[in-house]
Design a protein around this ligand. Structure first.
Ligand SMILES: [Zn+2]
Length: 208
């Protein structure tokens, strides 16, 4: 164990655990999270810090570039899908937030193409599903002169992943019944700003 982790663990046991003991007692045998938070594995995103969530509030899925397989995708990623299914069907979360972010290495690699990942065979295979998004961004980029191509890729990827979620019947049903909301967020690391995708306006609106 490296020293940073050891001292963090020590602090957790001597300070945090004492402080949160009543909550942990309450959570000992069950969880009732209100949110499923799906985001990138990037170390700079801290969903709890960002939303003020306490232990037990959020079910979390993280992977490179916050990818959710489409129902018709032949390379189904059951790690992500089973977690989505469990959060919705068993835990009855009220909202799903898909959170992409600025300077996303996964989106950049997908946009730069396979040759940029020559030494990363697993990552290359994994990011292959973003190829249609990359093609659309390359075409669109000419009309977005003020926006960097990478940011456009992050935002288009986010919309794509939210749409994949909405394509699952069990999710559609809950949304139609008013039991589930889905939002796409783009988080800018250096400012902390959150832009939420507004489907009606077809644009990202900064809320904080
Ligand atoms: Zn990322």
């Amino acid at each position: 164990m490296i020293k940073e982790t050891k001292s963090g663990l020590e602090h957790f046991h001597t300070v945090t655990c004492q402080h949160l003991e009543p909550l942990y007692q309450e959570l000992a045998h069950e969880q009732h999270p209100h949110t499923l938070f799906i985001t990138c594995s990037d170390s700079r995103i801290d969903p709890q810090l960002l939303t003020g969530a306490k232990p037990g509030d959020m079910f979390t899925i993280r992977n490179i570039a916050n990818i959710i397989p489409a129902p018709e995708d032949p390379y189904q990623d059951f790690t992500t899908l089973s977690a989505v299914e469990f959060a919705v069907e068993v835990l009855n979360v009220k909202q799903i937030i898909v959170c992409g972010h600025s300077n996303c290495g996964g989106c950049k690699a997908a946009l730069d193409g396979a040759q940029a990942m020559e030494h990363l065979p697993y990552t290359r295979a994994y990011l292959k599903v973003l190829e249609p998004v990359r093609e659309r961004v390359e075409k669109e980029a000419a009309n977005h002169v003020h926006e960097s191509k990478y940011r456009l890729m992050e935002q288009r990827n986010l919309i794509e992943q939210v749409n994949h979620l909405k394509d699952y019947e069990f999710i559609q049903k809950r949304v139609e019944e008013g039991k589930l909301e889905i939002e796409g967020w783009h988080y800018t690391i250096e400012t902390g700003k959150i832009a939420v995708f507004d489907e009606e306006k077809d644009q990202f609106c900064t809320v904080f």
